[in-house]
Design a binder for this molecule. Structure first.
Ligand code: NZQ
Ligand code: ZN
Length: 393
């Protein structure tokens, strides 16, 4: 087990009706003027926004709305939010929604606290981030895990790039999680969410020479739980207990708990982000479309095949005569599960038909023009990533 630091400072307020505590939470974390960031309308239609605003008003907290965040949230929209937050003198940014609203809120917080710098310069590390505003979240979809993560992802539409920033300033002060709020989700978004939660766990699981028994058991338990309950919520999004399990899995999958002692990989995410940047496809779907190909490309490496075999046994109850057969069977079962959720398992299923030239361009996007090697298993440069995209075609 490698040395590690585990620090997960977000206060979680979990359960039925907890959105009514939004005002009290904002007050507790020092907010007096709040910018409420939300998406395309689901939070308003469900009445959630009204309840959150009522709760803020009860605590005497002033607020303004900033709605219209789109999935795969855009840099330019976050910049607009920064102007609004500065104009109103916001001291806390409250996201009401999913990963896209929360990531936009994080970006607005960073931009508002550093108005002298371009947001993209902060995002790309050109300007080190040393301060930000407080961010809170009222979560409406179990998926991205942004409510507890140290990460945020934006698309710079001007240059066609989707990129994340990891910093302790991305940690929400509090996350309000009421599984009831997710009961209005359409099946496709539920499936994308379940896929993303699995992926956050698996991107921390298939790590070479990784001996962390406790962390493995947590990850495997998480995967079994989200698979079992993911099927249930797809059939019935109003199944409170199942949605609660999925929602809790979503947060634990991405708050770094499942990387303790070994770190992470996140190469599949890089492949997915390149697809989302060019084709604006849903994040979870972009991952499902390439994971099977990525796994088949990687699993035979000596330092990792035993992990694929262990995964097959612990997550899918596979019993086979050889490590190799087990690994293959585990990959197959995972791909079949994604299909059963209605997720694409190749690029055609994602609704795109990129040419060879397009695949080369995607591979360059994913590898920062072939300047970085993705993955801790086999270093994946542009050529290897191109080959994986080819397999996924
Ligand atoms: O915009 P509204 O109208 O709210 O509709 C949203 C959106 O269309 C809808 N939705 C959300 N809650 C709903 C609902 N519809 C009905 N009822 C509800 N209760 O769902 C759609 C997707 O929302 P979005 O916020 O985009 O989903 P998700 O949470 O999957 O976030 C995806 C984004 O997060 C990034 C992804 O790359 C993507 O941009 N990620 C962020 C991470 C992080 N910050 O740690 C990590 C992830 O790996 C991921 O990269
Ligand atoms: Zn993800």
């Amino acid at each position: 087990m490698n040395n590690f630091v585990q620090y997960t400072p977000t206060e979680v307020v979990f359960g039925r009706g907890t959105e009514k505590q939004a005002g009290a939470e904002v007050k507790k974390w020092g907010g007096t003027k709040v910018l409420i960031v939300f998406g395309g309308g689901s939070a308003r239609r469900s009445g959630l926004l009204d309840r959150v605003e009522e709760s803020l008003a009860q605590e005497g907290i002033s607020y303004q709305e900033f709605g219209g965040v789109k999935p795969n949230p855009r840099l330019a929209f976050a910049e607009e939010g920064v102007h609004k937050a500065l104009a109103m003198g916001a001291d806390l940014i409250l996201a009401v929604g999913g990963g896209s609203a929360i990531d936009t809120a994080k970006a607005i917080a960073h931009g508002t606290a550093n108005p002298e710098h371009a947001l993209w310069d902060i995002w790309t590390g050109k300007v080190p981030l040393t301060k930000s505003l407080s961010v809170g979240a009222v979560l409406t979809i179990p998926a991205a895990g942004s409510e507890m993560s140290d990460s945020a992802v934006l698309t710079n539409e001007a240059i066609g790039k989707k990129a994340g920033i990891n910093t302790p300033f991305n940690r929400c002060k509090f996350a309000i999680m009421n599984p009831e709020l997710a009961s209005t989700l359409p099946p496709y978004q539920i499936a994308c969410g379940v896929t993303d939660i699995m992926m956050h766990t698996m991107e921390r699981y298939f790590i070479p020479d990784s001996h962390c028994e406790m962390t493995d058991e947590i990850a495997e338990g998480l995967l079994r739980t989200v698979i079992r309950n993911g099927k249930k919520v797809l059939e019935n999004p109003a199944d409170y207990d199942a949605m609660a399990e999925v929602m809790w899995c979503g947060s634990l999958s991405h708050n770094n708990l499942t990387e303790c002692g070994r770190g992470k990989d996140f190469s599949v995410h890089k492949l997915g982000h390149a697809l989302s940047a060019r084709y604006d496809v849903a994040h979870g779907a972009s991952l499902a479309a390439v994971w099977g190909s990525w796994a088949k490309y990687q699993y035979e490496e000596e330092e990792v095949i035993w992990r694929f075999a262990r995964f097959a046994q612990k997550v899918w109850n596979v019993e086979e005569s050889t490590q190799h057969k087990m690994a293959v069977e585990g990959i197959e079962k995972t791909v079949v599960f994604f299909e059963s959720l209605g997720m694409p398992v190749n690029l055609r299923g994602l609704g795109i038909e990129p040419s060879d030239e397009d695949l080369r361009a995607l591979a360059l996007d994913a590898t920062m023009k072939d300047t970085v090697k993705l993955s801790r298993i086999r270093g994946l440069g542009a050529q290897e990533v191109y080959e994986i995209y080819q397999m996924a075609k």
